[in-house]
Design a protein around this ligand. Structure first.
Ligand code: HOZ
Length: 425
């Protein structure tokens, strides 16, 4: 038995399924997930001593890689002065200011502790602001595990085929209308059916929890227009895409400004964090300025603020996103070429720093189409890539990530392994 398999067995004794978040359990595979001992730059090391080139990066936060000296230094210096105060501190202003300066749709921002909390709070704010109850979400988008948003969600629920979750009252789930991503007609119909009761349209503007799915031309602008027209809010969940696909996220890249933006992951530099922000008039409805309640003992935690600030500082240079973009393009274009030479049908979708691969000939625009891709082949591919030391997201309903430090040499190393694995599967 490997050390990881042994630890997995022990973990299952004390932790449900042996993990603290389901997709880490490799539920679809006949082997234990590697238990990770340490990370350094783009590499992670498991308890056996195996070394992996990491394309998961803690599911996105580590855009500057593992254990970046500047991030560590900021955390150490901050921790030495205390780990939490439950009182205002200057670091909170520093990170808030950086977010406001860099994300087009945010004038004011409230810090929370996770992406789940961020979207949950943004939805409450949208309801409080508009006085309406219903939310339109897109099938296959994942917005964390709060009750009303576990409806036809992507990520773990999609992988485990859980369309909703026991424990979510039907009356609660009934406030969420799920429509296919990229389907304008379905959005129009939902607005017609629930006229005047749609508080918000909520989506990952580029979903990354059913693999990466790109918006059809004009789709995001259509959502912007219809929400304005019907006095609803547009909420972008940029927990994954914020500070990743561009400094200002998808809203910068596609030039569409939502009313509310949810953030997490990168803005905490690998520590637990979330945030939601928007224009001042909407954000002023949040307590204590307004009546929509939202709070948290550890919100604005100094360690998370320090790690986030150090990370965002590293993203300030102009060329950062150009490089991330050209490296992602290089990797994914080469992957497409290699597959086509071998006559293996693949669709590879990417934005800077983010990519996913589907084994299929068809174009993939929605969760329905993701369900039709060859998952068996994907499992073989994933397993062999892992055995070759390339650590990718383990499901077609997840995405893989690049850091600023995935250099050409490492990309070529990945492509060499990829070529070998495609030959074998
Ligand atoms: N929700 C994350 C994937 N989209 C997984 C988080 C984790 O397991 O760490």
């Amino acid at each position: 038995m490997t050390k990881s398999a042994d630890l997995f067995q022990k973990a299952k004794k004390y932790i449900p399924g042996g993990v603290n978040s389901p997709v880490r359990s490799y539920g679809d595979f006949d082997f234990a997930p590697p238990f990770i001992k340490k990370g350094e730059g783009v590499w992670i090391y498991d308890v056996e001593g195996n070394k992996y080139l990491d394309y998961v990066l803690s599911w996105g936060p580590l855009i500057v890689g593992h254990a970046h000296p500047k991030v560590l230094q900021a955390v150490r210096e901050t921790a030495a002065k205390g780990t939490s105060f439950g009182a205002p501190a200057e670091l909170e202003i520093d990170l808030a200011r950086m977010i406001v300066e860099m994300v087009p749709g945010i004038d004011k921002v409230r810090m929370v502790n996770s992406g789940t909390e961020s979207v949950m709070s943004a939805v409450r704010l949208a309801r409080g602001y508009t006085g309406k109850d219903k939310i339109i979400k897109m099938t296959g988008c994942y917005h964390g595990h709060s009750d009303g948003l576990l409806v036809e969600a992507g990520s773990g629920p999609a992988e485990l085929s859980i369309p909703g979750s026991p424990g979510v009252p039907a009356s609660y789930a009934g406030e969420t209308i799920s429509v296919p991503y990229n389907d304008r007609q379905a959005v129009k119909e939902a607005f017609t059916e629930f006229n005047n009761d749609i508080a918000a349209v909520l989506l990952e503007p580029v979903p990354a929890n059913m693999g990466v799915i790109l918006p059809r031309d004009g789709y995001l602008q259509f959502l912007r227009d219809i929400t304005k027209d019907r006095d609803s809010l547009l909420i972008f969940d940029e927990v994954i895409t914020g500070f990743r696909v561009a400094r200002g996220g998808v809203q910068e890249l596609y030039d569409i400004q939502p009313d509310l933006t949810c953030l997490g992951k990168i803005i905490g530099g690998g520590l637990p964090v979330g945030a939601f922000g928007g224009n001042s008039s909407v954000m002023s409805e949040i307590a204590p300025e307004g009546a929509v309640y939202q709070a948290g003992t550890l919100s604005g935690n100094p360690l998370a603020m320090a790690a986030g600030k150090a990370t965002l500082n590293l993203l300030r240079k102009d060329e950062v996103y150009e490089e991330l973009s050209s490296r992602t393009d290089y990797l994914t274009e080469q992957m497409k070429k290699i597959a086509s030479v071998k006559d293996i049908p693949v669709q590879i979708h990417s934005l800077p720093g983010l990519f996913s691969l589907f084994f299929t000939e068809q174009k993939v625009y929605s969760r329905q189409e993701v369900k039709q891709v060859d998952r068996e082949l994907f499992r073989k591919y994933f397993k062999k890539m892992l055995a070759e030391g390339i650590y990718l997201a383990p499901s077609v309903f997840e995405s893989s990530f690049l850091s600023l430090y995935h250099e050409r040499e490492q990309l070529d190393y990945t492509l060499e392994k990829y070529r070998k694995v495609l030959r074998e599967i």
